[in-house]
Write a protein that binds this ligand. Structure first.
Ligand SMILES: [Zn+2]
Length: 323
């Protein structure tokens, strides 16, 4: 990529927009339009991360790192310069349409009783939770027309994985959760494969920026597990979207001293427990305290609460967790 193309990329992606899309919140205004907030690059407890939106530069007084949006992407995603450029270009291409799609799906949720009924049956009942996770529903039909009207071309939607080769909504009849640069869709019917993601990375740990400040973190494998715990009052919960963590997720869990309560499904075949043990080992090798939470046989955190488990009982499971 030559100098000119680099400058173009930086002009198209404002540092502030990119930071906020990654859950950064400006906490305190300074002179000349600058802002302070918690540093997304280290475990920060009082705002030490300065952003100058006019110069598109950041500097952290805590960890001493600073630079432009490319430097931020390198540090935040823990990748090399060239890979940061790839991520930023992908983000520039996909982000506007993902925002629109998320908005559209969220509007549809309340209009479709089958979606609300499904959420209810899975234990997702609080409005606050639905807003917090920005949960939506893909009813099928009408989305493509809406997006093409907004100027997104059909080939671009197809390339992003939002539309099938036949031109249908790839998420039809799914509950949809927006992720960082991706969407997770859970099928309502047993006839379709249960899980769907857009091609590309599943991103980092779910809502990590809100969780990383806790000294003790509960890690679950599915978003419905996350939802059940969050609804029960556990705010220190995060989700790896599967039992296999990618390098970025592992790096996040190990970015500071903490205890991780690994709470994977208690599957009949033991695969969840095996994955949990394997993860605990790699966490311990990196100096992180890992504890294994044993759910009753055949349960995941979601079904534990749906079956009548409460926060106190779950607290008890955390206390009993093996080292
Ligand atoms: Zn920092």
């Amino acid at each position: 990529m030559n100098r000119q193309a680099l400058d173009e990329l930086k002009q198209q992606i404002s540092l502030m927009g990119y930071l906020q899309a990654h859950d950064w919140h400006p906490a305190r205004p300074l002179s000349r339009g600058r802002w302070m907030g918690l540093c997304p690059l280290h475990a920060d407890h009082q705002p030490s991360f300065l952003v100058d939106p006019h110069k598109d530069l950041f500097y952290c007084y805590g960890c001493g790192r600073g630079g432009d949006v490319i430097r931020f992407a390198e540090l935040y995603h823990q990748v090399k310069f060239s890979q940061a450029l790839v991520l930023l270009r992908q983000w520039r291409g996909a982000e506007p349409v993902l925002q629109e799609v998320t908005r559209f799906y969220r509007l549809q949720l309340d209009r479709h009783s089958e979606a609300v009924a499904y959420l209810y049956q899975r234990g997702v009942r609080s409005r606050e939770l639905i807003e917090h996770m920005r949960i939506g529903y893909a009813p099928g039909g009408c989305r493509r027309g809406w997006l093409t009207q907004l100027g997104h071309s059909l080939p671009a939607l197809r390339q992003a994985g939002l539309v099938t080769g036949m031109g249908y909504d790839a998420y039809v009849h799914r509950i949809v959760f927006p992720l960082e640069g991706n969407l997770y869709g859970r099928s309502l019917s047993d006839a379709a494969p249960p899980h769907r993601f857009l091609p590309g990375t599943k991103g980092g740990l779910y809502c990590w920026d809100q969780v990383r400040r806790y000294p003790e973190v509960i890690l679950v494998e599915g978003l419905f597990d996350y939802a059940a715990l969050w609804q029960a009052g556990f705010q220190n919960v995060t989700c790896s979207l599967g039992t296999h963590l990618n390098a970025r997720q592992l790096g996040q869990l190990c970015d500071g001293p903490r205890t991780v309560y690994v709470t994977f499904d208690a599957d009949g075949n033991g695969s969840g427990q095996q994955a949990a043990q394997c993860l605990s080992r790699s966490l311990r090798e990196r100096g992180i305290t890992a504890r294994l939470v044993s759910l009753p046989e055949g349960h995941d955190p979601d079904s534990f609460f749906v079956a009548g488990g409460d926060a106190q009982q779950f607290h008890h499971l955390l206390q009993e967790a093996s080292r």
